[in-house]
Ligand binder design. Structure first.
Ligand code: DON
Length: 299
């Protein structure tokens, strides 16, 4: 999804950085795998949080951010065995000096047309007020802006002036409804998720689970996930999903590792992914995330 969602741009930046590693040959969820994901996420979010905003208001260096040369420069700053503290990772392109409820549907029809739709009113029940007589909830999307640049929003995102509030401006979303088409034009994957700031890293991990690690879509969707968004400078993981050895190895590399689900966390899990994989033999595999209450249906 293009700006005013950061989803498509950030996914592409993550993929560009990780293009330099043969992810599918790594042991899935090994410390090396999780480290490389984290370092790519950290850098892409540093750019996202500082540079992206509503294109009607902000000039964004998208050609540069999305170029293979820039991905290679960002990749070159990654150590294979040490975490880079987020305080040492700024946006890689100079920022201008002036400086939860969401739902996703993935659909493929009988003719092979695909739709990926994410809708949001932000927090659960938005502002928790219904328009009298109209029957719909009002959103609290203002929190997707950097209401106070430099301060964290409800998802812990620390964002800058590019996403500051202005009349008529759209807040920077993380929604990432995604359709993957092969070089031959063949539809391969349709996916997306709610989850606030974790949407982008969740979609990326599911793409990579299928495309790099050859997982079936049900396994890919139910597999544990991690998250990193530049600040706070920590790897979030789902309860029980990383071994003590893996956590210790990541900590030894300098990563802060924190389980999601502490009393102050909104959810003890990451996301609610809905995906359809169209296999080369034409069979469609649908998978709904077991973390929430969706369902895969076929007609
Ligand atoms: O557009 C966004 O990035 C947010 N409004 C999404 C919020 C969200 O996913 C909350 N749901 N779990």
């Amino acid at each position: 999804m293009p700006p005013s969602s950061s989803g498509g741009v950030t996914l592409a930046m993550i993929a560009g950085i990780l293009e330099g590693y043969d992810l599918g040959r790594l042991q899935w969820h090994s410390p090396r795998h999780l480290h490389l994901l984290t370092e790519a996420f950290r850098r892409a979010y540093a750019d996202r949080n500082a540079l992206l905003g509503d294109p009607d208001f902000v000039a964004m260096p998208l050609a540069r951010l999305l170029s293979p040369e820039y991905a290679a420069e960002r990749r070159a700053t990654i150590s294979l065995d040490r975490a880079t503290p987020s305080r040492e990772v700024g946006p890689g392109v100079n920022a201008p000096t002036e400086h939860p409820h969401t739902t996703h549907f993935s659909v493929v029809d009988s003719a092979g047309n695909a739709v990926a739709v994410t809708t949001t009113i932000n927090s659960f029940y938005g502002i928790r007020a219904v328009v009298e007589g109209a029957g719909f909830l009002l959103n609290n999307e203002m929190d997707d802006f950097s209401a106070k640049p430099g301060s964290a929003n409800q998802f812990g995102l620390v964002q800058g002036e590019a996403n500051a509030v202005a009349p008529g401006k759209r807040p920077l979303s993380a929604m990432s409804p995604t359709i993957v088409v092969g070089r031959d034009g063949r539809l391969s994957l349709v996916l997306g998720t709610p989850g606030g700031s974790t949407i982008i890293t969740n979609v990326f991990q599911n793409l990579s689970n299928v495309l790099d690690f050859g997982m079936g879509v049900a396994r890919a969707v139910s597999a544990p996930r991690i998250h990193h968004q530049h600040l706070p400078d920590e790897i979030g993981y789902e309860p029980g999903s990383l071994t003590a050895e893996t956590i210790a190895a990541l900590q030894a590399m300098g990563h802060a590792v924190k389980v999601r689900g502490s009393p102050d966390a909104a959810y003890p899990y990451i996301g609610d992914l809905q995906a359809i994989l169209v296999r080369p033999d034409g069979v469609r595999e649908g998978a709904s995330d077991p973390r929430r209450h969706g369902a895969a249906v076929g007609y």
